[in-house]
Design a protein around this ligand. Structure first.
Ligand code: SAM
Length: 241
């Protein structure tokens, strides 16, 4: 059974060669020691998972030949993760875990207490791709560039509800079971929490639901994973009814 999985940003059609970029060619030939004719699994975020044979490979690139579809396209529920970036390794962790946990879109936001004033969107997108490759997913969430939270909220579509992880509510954890289904976003603050201005703005928005994540104050990366798990279990694709 082919174990190596690669995300390839091209249509997948049986018998139509798909190019590999130099990084992928290097990984397959030099790191994994694959040879022409070896089989891998590929996905592009739209066409499900395919078995594909290595057709050519050199230091500069190569190609694979899709043979047959081995799994359906499975897209996650319509859940975004909106979070304030923290230190680099922890931000990488948040993006990786959000992709594994089934966030459909990842939106870094700058808040009053966010230390970062820029992010490497391309690097974070690459982390989301790697996470999808290793977790068996066929979907890769888009990671957006950094946006000020205030601007994001001004243009927000009220049909998409926001689950606001509010550290001021730390206490008994809440069940999300009664919440409406439909598009949602989880909002996680930075190490310094939300500012007073942000809190009063969020409290006034009818599409925002504040929520406690239990009695302890969690680090932002832990809070992101905990909130994603709660939402997936109550309203998403972990739900058992
Ligand atoms: N500095 C803040 C404080 O001392 O209150 C803590 C911020 S916490 C490290 C980072 C983010 O994780 C918060 O803004 C919130 O979104 C989320 N968070 C952490 N623990 C939480 C809890 N028990 N309930 C709700 N949200 C929580």
């Amino acid at each position: 059974m082919a174990k190596i999985r690669l995300y390839i940003d091209h249509p997948l059609v049986a018998g139509q060669p798909v190019p590999l970029d130099p990084g992928q060619a290097h990984y397959l030939s030099s790191v994994m020691r694959l040879r022409v004719g070896d089989r891998i699994r590929v996905f592009n975020g739209q066409d499900g998972e395919w078995l594909a044979d290595l057709e050519q490979v050199s230091k500069r690139g190569g190609s694979v030949l899709p043979v047959e579809q081995s799994g359906p396209q499975v897209s996650p529920p319509d859940l975004w993760l909106v979070f304030a970036p923290i230190k680099k390794a922890r931000t990488d962790f948040i993006v990786e875990k959000a992709a594994e946990m089934g966030a459909a879109r990842i939106k870094p936001v700058q808040t009053g207490h966010t230390n970062a004033d820029r992010i490497r969107q391309d690097r974070l997108q690459a982390h989301a791709i790697e996470a999808a490759e290793q977790c068996g997913g066929t979907f890769v969430p888009t990671v957006d560039d950094l946006t000020p939270l205030s601007r994001l909220l001004q243009g927000w579509d009220p049909e998409r509800r926001i689950l606001w992880a509010d550290e001021a509510l730390a206490g008994p954890a809440q069940t999300l079971a009664g919440l409406a289904t439909g598009p949602w976003a989880i909002l996680i603050g930075p190490e310094g929490g939300f500012s007073d201005t942000e809190r009063s703005q969020l409290r006034q928005l009818p599409f925002v639901t504040p929520v406690s994540l239990g009695p302890r104050i969690l680090r932002a990366d832990t809070a992101a994973v905990a909130a994603l798990a709660l939402w997936q279990a109550a309203l998403g694709d972990w739900r058992q009814d």
